[in-house]
Design a protein around this ligand. Structure first.
Ligand code: ADP
Ligand code: MG
Length: 157
């Protein structure tokens, strides 16, 4: 496990981090997005999807749990905020997505508990409690597994 911390001064910086990831992700990669409501998780996925050439709307799939975006890669965008029991994830075809041909982005991955995949890039977004809404976000990337580790190492240099 290896980690990197940075600061995203505004929304565009969050989208740009998504763009950076877009140049590096491959089918099968899993990005776990942690952070409170309004932390910028969906903003990062939007930047990623746009950079993969997807031109439609990118919003949190809070009620449907998953949105699919087709660009130069398939992107599967989960928001598991409303998942009560981790096992419910099988009902939305989680195993097919994991085995599938796309990149997985998961908001509220903590809902998966023991079902979290072992190899993944964790992205943690936080804003200072003191801050008046839009003073930027802290970001931490944590890699577990060979490929995610390599991504974090690249940021360190
Ligand atoms: P989440 O999906 O985590 O609930 P969103 O991506 O919907 O959060 O973002 C919530 C708000 O935060 C949006 O208005 C977005 O413009 C803003 N935002 C995103 N990144 C930043 C940033 N680095 N600095 C300031 N505001 C940001
Ligand atoms: Mg969201």
């Amino acid at each position: 496990e290896s980690s990197w911390q940075g600061f995203l001064p505004d929304e565009r910086a969050t989208e740009a981090l998504g763009g950076w990831l877009a140049q590096r992700v491959r089918p099968g990669d899993v990005l776990l997005l942690y952070g409170d409501l309004g932390a910028g998780k969906t903003t990062l996925v939007r930047g990623l999807a746009r950079s993969l050439g997807y031109e439609g709307r990118v919003t949190s799939p809070t009620f449907t749990l998953v949105h699919e975006y087709e660009g130069s890669l398939s992107l599967y965008h989960f928001d598991l905020y409303r998942l009560d029991d981790p096992e419910e994830v099988w009902d939305i075809g989680w195993s097919d997505y994991l085995r599938g041909d796309g990149v997985l982005c998961v908001e509220w991955p903590e809902r998966l508990d023991h079902l979290l995949p072992e190899e993944a890039l964790t992205i943690r977004l936080t804003r200072d409690d003191s801050a008046t809404a839009d003073e930027g976000r802290r970001v931490e990337l944590i890699g577990r597994g060979e490929k995610p580790l390599a991504l974090v190492k690249e940021l360190e240099t």
